[in-house]
Design a protein around this ligand. Structure first.
Ligand code: ADP
Ligand code: MG
Length: 327
C-alpha cells in the first residue's frame, strides 16, 4: 500500500539525516545554509537538472535517479579540479510518489555521500503535474586561482581521456534491449557505466598545474574536445585507433562495427578529457597509477580549427561532431 507523504515529514525523515555532520546546514530546519570558505580557497559551484523522460527513463529505479543526479554534478566539480563539499537538492515530484520511493532515493544519496565525502545542505521539495525533475547544485573548494577550466589548450598539447569511451551509450542500448550477444557480465558492466557514472574527482584534483584545459565528457568525446578547441581558437586531431574501449565495447563492436562513430559522439561517459604538454607524460602516468584511473593519449591540439578524426589507416574520417544535444 503506497504511503502518502507530506513536505515537512519528508524533509525531516529522509533529507535531514543527509545533512548530519555539516553544521552550516542547520539540520535543514532554517531558511538557508551557511557555507564557510577556508582562507586561500574559492568555492566552485555547478548545477545540473535531470528530467524523467529526457535524462533518465520512467522505469529507472529511485537509486538510479539519485546516483545520476548527484554524480553528474560531482563530475563537473571534478572537471574543475575541485574537492566536493556539499550540494543542494531541488526535487519536483509528481503527486502520488510514495514513501518507498523517497526511502530508496535518500538511501542511495547517503551511500554516494559516503563515497564522495559530500553532504546535503539544503534544497526544495515541490509537487509537479509534470515529470519527476531533480536539480542539484553542488559545490566544492579549490585553492584560489587554481581551478581547471576548458580554456587554455595550446598548439602541440596532447589530448588525453580517462577511463573508457562509449560504455555509457552501450549500457543504455542494453537497458533498452537494443543490443544482443554480449556476455551477462559484460552487459552488467556496461549498464553500470550508464547507471553509475564515476566522477573522476581524484584525477581532477591531481591535474591541477598539469593539464592546460579540462572538460568532462557529457556531450560526447568529439563535441567536448570541440568545446576545448573552440575556446582556444584551435583544432584537434583525434586518432580513432587510440580511443580506449572496454572489453564489453570491443565485444559489441565485433558484432556491430558501425557503432564506433556513435561511441565517439555519445555523451554520458563522464570521463575527463584534457590537454597537456608532452612534457607532462611521466607525471600523468604517475597520476594514473596513484588514482587508479587509466589515462590514454588520443590525439593532439593543432592550429587549424575543427576536430579531425583520423581513422585506423591514417586517413581522415567524416564524423557527426554534434554530440548529444538536449534540444
Ligand atoms: P522555504 O519555504 O523557506 O523555502 P522550505 O520549507 O522549502 O523552506 O524548506 C525548509 C528547509 O528544508 C530548508 O532548510 C530547505 O533547505 C530544506 N529542504 C527542503 N527540501 C529539501 C530537499 N529536497 N533537500 C534538502 N533540503 C531540503
Ligand atoms: Mg519551499
Amino acid at each position: 500500500m503506497p504511503q502518502p507523504v507530506n513536505e515537512f515529514g519528508l524533509i525531516s525523515k529522509y533529507f535531514a539525516p543527509l545533512a548530519d555532520g555539516y553544521a552550516g546546514a542547520l539540520g535543514l530546519k532554517d531558511d538557508g545554509a551557511l557555507i564557510s570558505v577556508e582562507f586561500g580557497y574559492q568555492i566552485v559551484v555547478t548545477c545540473d537538472a535531470i528530467v524523467c523522460g529526457v535524462h533518465f527513463r520512467s522505469e529507472d529505479r529511485p537509486e538510479d535517479v539519485a546516483a545520476r543526479g548527484l554524480r553528474v554534478n560531482l563530475s563537473d566539480l571534478a572537471a574543475m579540479g575541485a574537492c566536493p563539499v556539499g550540494y543542494l537538492l531541488a526535487l519536483a515530484v509528481p503527486s502520488g510518489t510514495d514513501a518507498s520511493w523517497f526511502e530508496r532515493f535518500s538511501a542511495q544519496l547517503a551511500s554516494d555521500q559516503a563515497t564522495y565525502n559530500v553532504k546535503l545542505i539544503g534544497g526544495d521539495t515541490v509537487m509537479t503535474p509534470g515529470p519527476l525533475t531533480l536539480s542539484i547544485t553542488a559545490f566544492g573548494q579549490i585553492p584560489t586561482g587554481q581551478a581547471l577550466t576548458r580554456a587554455g589548450a595550446k598548439p602541440g598539447d596532447k589530448i588525453f581521456v580517462s577511463g573508457n569511451v562509449g560504455d555509457a551509450l552501450l549500457g543504455l542500448k542494453l537497458l533498452r534491449g537494443e543490443l544482443g550477444s554480449v556476455s551477462a557480465s559484460q552487459a552488467a558492466a556496461l549498464k553500470n557505466r550508464f547507471l553509475r557514472p564515476e566522477p573522476r574527482i581524484a584525477l581532477g584534483q591531481a591535474l591541477i598545474g598539469v593539464a592546460h584545459a579540462v572538460i568532462d565528457v557529457s556531450d560526447g568525446l568529439i563535441a567536448d574536445i570541440g568545446h576545448i578547441c573552440t575556446l582556444a581558437n584551435l583544432g584537434a586531431r583525434l586518432n580513432i585507433s587510440s580511443v580506449p574501449l572496454s572489453l564489453g565495447a570491443r565485444a559489441v563492436l565485433g558484432d556491430v562495427p558501425d557503432l564506433l562513430p556513435n561511441l565517439l559522439s555519445a555523451g554520458d561517459d563522464y570521463e575527463l578529457v584534457f590537454t597537456a604538454p608532452s612534457s607532462a607524460l611521466e607525471t600523468l602516468s604517475r597520476i594514473s597509477s596513484d588514482t587508479g584511473v587509466m589515462v590514454t593519449e588520443i590525439g593532439e591540439v593543432v592550429a587549424t580549427p575543427g576536430v579531425v578524426v583520423i581513422g585506423v589507416g591514417g586517413d581522415e574520417v567524416q564524423m557527426e561532431a554534434s554530440g548529444y544535444q538536449h534540444f
